[in-house]
Design a binder for this molecule. Structure first.
Ligand code: CTP
Ligand code: CA
Length: 225
């Protein structure tokens, strides 16, 4: 619908968004990170605010301005993002997990810069907690939109994650090809749910976010009817 027709569709609703990468520190100068820009999550937070929602944005390390009217919580690591989400999760109506959360973090973070004393070295890593899966497992949970960034068999892997994590919707996008996904301004997305799917884009991430959010709100409204 038009902007006026959809304005305020989320008024009185609370929306929590994760966005950006996480950085897992190895020592004071080195970390493990990823190529997420945070643009999609920030655009979704802005779109939810424009629809009248009270929006909390948990942001990994990104250089992006805070969308107008959005409450932003900056974090660095997957554990910090987990803590911030769990502290804010009560009474949320919609959780959008757009962050590219590190799957592994160093077992030890050195407080001193590591020196190149050895010819080779390895960094022992341990799995991080899955924020989205932990939210999904809660007794009372918000409507859930997950993301799946994949290089191969995009829709099939995404549908697997939708089921495995018990999500309402998952937005799948192809990464690792020029002009889409991470670090790109344009993107295309396949929105997938239990018995359907819809394609969005290619379009600029801001427009894609608006169209995607409109569809998400449709699904939320259908669910609550
Ligand atoms: N996610 C999360 N916390 C994690 C890992 C992932 O909240 N520790 C969320 C992401 O924000 C995304 C969804 O789970 O919404 C899927 O993330 P993705 O990396 O595509 O899938 P994984 O479940 O981590 O599996 P894999 O990386 O092995 O494909
Ligand atoms: Ca992952």
């Amino acid at each position: 619908g038009s902007d006026t027709a959809t304005a305020g569709r989320l008024s009185g609703k609370r929306v929590l968004v994760t966005a950006g990468p996480t950085f897992e520190d190895i020592d004071p100068v080195r970390f493990i990170g990823n190529r997420s820009s945070g643009k999609m999550g920030f655009a979704l937070a802005a779109a939810a605010r424009r629809h009248g929602a009270e929006v909390t944005l948990v942001a990994g390390p990104v250089a992006l301005p805070t969308p107008v009217g959005v409450q932003r919580i900056d974090v660095r690591s997957a554990q910090q993002m987990h803590d911030a989400v769990m502290a804010a999760i009560d009474a949320q109506d919609l959780f959008i997990a757009a962050a590219a959360v590190a799957d592994y973090a160093p077992v030890h973070t050195s407080s001193h810069k590591l020196k190149k004393s050895e010819a080779s070295r390895s960094v022992e890593l341990v799995r991080t907690r899955d924020i989205l899966a932990d939210v999904a497992a809660r007794e009372s949970r918000p409507f859930l939109l997950g993301f799946a960034a994949e290089t191969d068999e995009v829709a099939a892997y995404a549908r697997g994650k939708l089921q495995a994590k018990g999500l309402d919707l998952i937005a799948a996008n192809r990464v690792g090809v020029a002009g889409s996904g991470f670090e790109a301004d344009e993107n295309s997305i396949e929105l997938i749910w239990a018995d359907g799917e819809r394609r969005f884009g290619p379009a600029p991430k801001t427009r894609l976010a608006q169209e995607l959010l409109d569809e998400v709100v449709e699904h939320m409204e259908k669910r609550s009817r």
